[in-house]
Design a protein around this ligand. Structure first.
Ligand code: ATP
Ligand code: MG
Length: 361
């Protein structure tokens, strides 16, 4: 379905909706863990860049100039000084906004994205006006998007590829749940209008990583301490609600030698608790709020599939498990769906909106 070009870029299936005339349509999500950008290939396909949202600066040994590295390379080579400037979800202050600008323009420059492009940003739904304003400044100061610049909610963008090959989602009434690293978000959408948005920072992918790290220590009787990056990698590589397989890893002992261990429970115990919390917040908090505020939308939307978006929706089997647990909580059947690549879907949806807006321009 997709081909890896290198660790960072891949061509995904589907059309970019770009015919070569007019501004190049680009989709962007600046996420707390990863930034994803989608833009057309020369033959009308779609290319994505997916990189860790982090930056490290170093001094050029010959010229003394300050240089920047971003993404996996920065995290691996400069663990002592790499900065994850969107760690909390949004740029919290001016320094972090500036770092985000630097990060974004460095990514843009190394990928030939034209300045006179039409860019749509997928924006998280968080009640943090100052952070959102900082993000807006980053967007406005970025080198791209001189032809057109717009923002749409991340969970709406992320639902678009789950509905079809075009912008079908914008015509529908449905509920979207975005399962991110710093937030769980749920909203209803009525023809693109966001209704009754709900966000909590208490049920998150980052928290799953912390819990995995603790459980690994317990499961190995205190012999193994992993950092949260390793915990995230365990989760992303091994979490599976359908057929989880125990896996082994090796750590180097401080005094020399190595220790091999097997993880049987830690990853899925953490993921199961996470999904229970997601279902609890969704069924008890979000749905009651929606039913209270918009009874008709609630009824119409619950008869349609609930769309799961965001990186945590990548875990195999999560859609079926969500259906089952929500069904039990509500005492009625519900259906859920996700795009092929929930971690890329917000950006791909944003890119489709950009293509449509660029056409209309
Ligand atoms: N294949 C995968 N399997 C399991 N978890 C994954 C996978 N890919 C990404 N994740 C997890 O999804 C989360 C990231 O989700 P997403 O990219 O939607 O977040 P974000 O937009 O960066 O964060 P937020 O919206 O909270 O600011 C992280 O916890 C990450 O580890
Ligand atoms: Mg997000």
């Amino acid at each position: 379905m997709s081909t890896d070009v290198d660790a960072e870029t891949e061509e995904v299936s589907g059309s970019s909706g770009s015919d070569g005339d007019g501004a190049v349509p680009v989709g962007v999500k600046l996420g707390s863990t990863r930034t994803v950008i989608a833009y057309p290939t020369e033959d009308g396909g779609l290319q994505t860049i997916r990189t860790l949202t982090c930056l490290a600066s170093y001094e050029d040994a010959l010229t003394g100039e300050e240089k920047y590295l971003y993404g996996e390379e920065a995290a691996r080579e400069y663990p002592d000084r790499v900065q994850f400037m969107l760690r909390s979800g949004l740029p919290e202050d001016e320094d972090r906004a500036e770092l985000t600008e630097q990060f974004f323009s460095t990514v843009i420059e190394s990928h030939d994205i034209p300045e006179d492009s039409a860019v749509v940003y997928a924006i998280p739904t968080i009640d943090n006006p100052a952070g959102l304003e900082n993000l807006q400044n980053v967007i406005e100061n970025s080198p791209i998007g001189t032809a057109l610049m717009e923002s749409y909610p991340e969970s709406l963008c992320g639902s678009i590829p789950a509905f079809g090959d075009d912008l079908e989602a914008i015509e529908q009434i449905f509920i979207a749940v975005n399962m991110g690293s710093t937030n769980l978000e749920a909203s209803a959408y009525r023809r693109g209008e966001q209704i009754s948005p709900f966000t909590t920072g208490a049920v998150t992918g980052n928290e799953v990583d912390r819990v995995i790290a603790n459980y690994v220590e317990e499961e190995t009787q205190g012999r193994v301490n992993i950092d949260i990056t390793t915990a995230r990698e365990y989760k992303e590589e091994h979490a599976d609600f359908e057929e989880f397989e125990p896996f082994t890893d090796i750590i180097q002992q401080p005094g020399g030698g190595s220790h091999e261990f097997t993880i049987e429970r830690s990853v899925m115990d953490a993921c199961n608790e996470y999904l229970d919390d997601v279902v609890e917040e969704f069924a008890n908090t979000f749905l009651s709020q929606l039913a209270n505020d918009h009874m008709k939308v609630y009824q119409l939307a619950l008869d349609r599939p609930v769309v799961l978006t965001g990186g945590m929706a990548c875990i195999p089997g999560v859609v079926e498990e969500f259906e089952e647990r929500v069904g039990e909580a509500l005492g009625r059947d519900i259906e859920a769906v996700a795009a092929d690549r929930p971690d890329l879907s917000a950006t791909i949806g944003a890119q489709r909106i950009a293509a449509r807006l660029a056409q209309n321009d």
